[in-house]
Design a protein around this ligand. Structure first.
Ligand code: KG4
Ligand code: ZN
Length: 335
């Protein structure tokens, strides 16, 4: 007997609904991106995001059920991201999930968005053996998480300032590339020489597993300002490649150090920045040299989507960790 979960994800600017069976069989994963709406503002406008979620969510749910070839009667549970994220955006998903659960008399499951990102790895490989080390790199977070067992996490390193995705977005804006910056830098970097422009890498105190990207971001901005003052042309592809390499080097080195320190032999990559080609290549190569296994979800499962939420919810379902109908949005929810 399979367990079919409908999951909703509305924590930021993607309105997503997915139907997943047994935590690994993706029957549908509909993602409606609001990026075109927010692009003209150069970033996500929270109030606009909430209104868009409200407008799109029912349609996205209907589409997810239709694509799965199922109806409401076929569901076993309803899951939703309840934090961290934008409070108004989260509230739309949480209110809808509670209404579905109540109306259909189904159990409700509340999922931490970061837990969802981690579980994108279990969608591909349900049998992953613990303990696991996950590098979560998104627009709001850069965390090294030791996953001791299902639902049990220990954060062993985190950013002290900007998240990796935030640094990508800010550097892209300074380069005049547009929004969201990560994929644009990734594309531009492919045609650049990463060693042409020397940029700093912050390793912090000896043995620290924390990150800092604000110095690197400032170095890129200063480089551009100096060139402008001197009237020099900047090779943007080289600068993008150098920046991407610097971020990937630090993330890779600290992740491998954390794996050794915790004795973990499988590394997971998660979050929007996990779709970065430079990071994927750097981590895969360095871990390979140490005979450590790396699991990286397909890019569409790295950026925000509801299938990853359904997957995390499935393991909560198995251990009976249901949410009450009083579930609320928690914008600063911790792992
Ligand atoms: O996980 P995500 O979709 O949303 C959050 O939970 O924040 O991550 C979004 C972040 C953005 O900062 C975006 O620029 C970055 O992921 N991103 C990338 C790439 N694709 C998305 N960063 C670098 N390279 C990419 N290919
Ligand atoms: Zn995310």
């Amino acid at each position: 007997m399979s367990v079919v979960i409908l999951a909703l994800e509305t924590s930021c600017d993607e309105t997503s609904a997915a139907v997943v069976a047994d935590g690994s069989q993706i029957l549908s994963n509909i993602i409606s991106s609001q990026v075109d709406v927010h692009r003209k503002f150069g970033g996500v406008v929270p109030e606009v995001a909430s209104r868009k979620h409200l407008e799109l969510l029912n349609r996205v749910v209907e589409e997810a059920l239709a694509a799965a070839g199922l109806g409401f009667k076929d569901l076993d549970a309803v899951a939703v991201t309840y934090g961290p994220g934008l409070v108004g955006a989260l509230l739309v998903g949480v209110a809808a999930a509670k209404a579905f659960a109540y109306g259909l008399d189904l159990p409700l499951l509340g999922v931490n968005h970061l837990e969802g990102h981690i579980y994108a790895n279990f969608l591909a490989e349900p049998g992953l053996a613990f303990p696991l080390l996950c590098l979560v790199v998104s627009g709001g977070h850069t965390d090294l998480v030791l996953v001791e067992k299902h639902g049990r996490y220990r954060v062993v390193g985190r950013t002290r300032d900007d998240a990796a995705g935030e640094a990508f977005d800010k550097v892209a804006r300074t380069l005049g590339l547009g929004y969201p910056g990560g994929p644009l830098i990734d594309r531009l970097a492919a045609g650049g020489d990463a060693s042409a422009i020397s940029l700093p890498r912050a390793y912090l105190e000896k043995g620290s597993l924390d990150f800092s990207f604000s110095g690197l971001k400032s170095a890129v901005i200063n480089y551009l300002h100096r060139a402008a003052q001197r009237g020099e042309e900047v090779n943007k592809a080289d600068l993008a490649a150098g920046f991407q390499q610097a971020v990937s080097d630090v993330l890779t080195e600290k992740t491998l150090a954390a794996a050794k320190e915790t004795g973990v032999s499988t590394i997971l990559l998660a979050g929007g920045v996990a779709s970065n080609s430079g990071l994927r290549a750097a981590l895969t190569e360095s871990a390979g040299q140490e005979s450590i296994r790396v699991v990286i979800p397909a890019p569409v499962l790295c950026t925000d989507n509801a299938a990853m939420i359904a997957c995390a919810a499935y393991y909560k379902y198995l251990r009976g960790a249901f949410a009450p109908l009083t579930l609320n949005a928690v914008p600063d929810l911790k792992l």
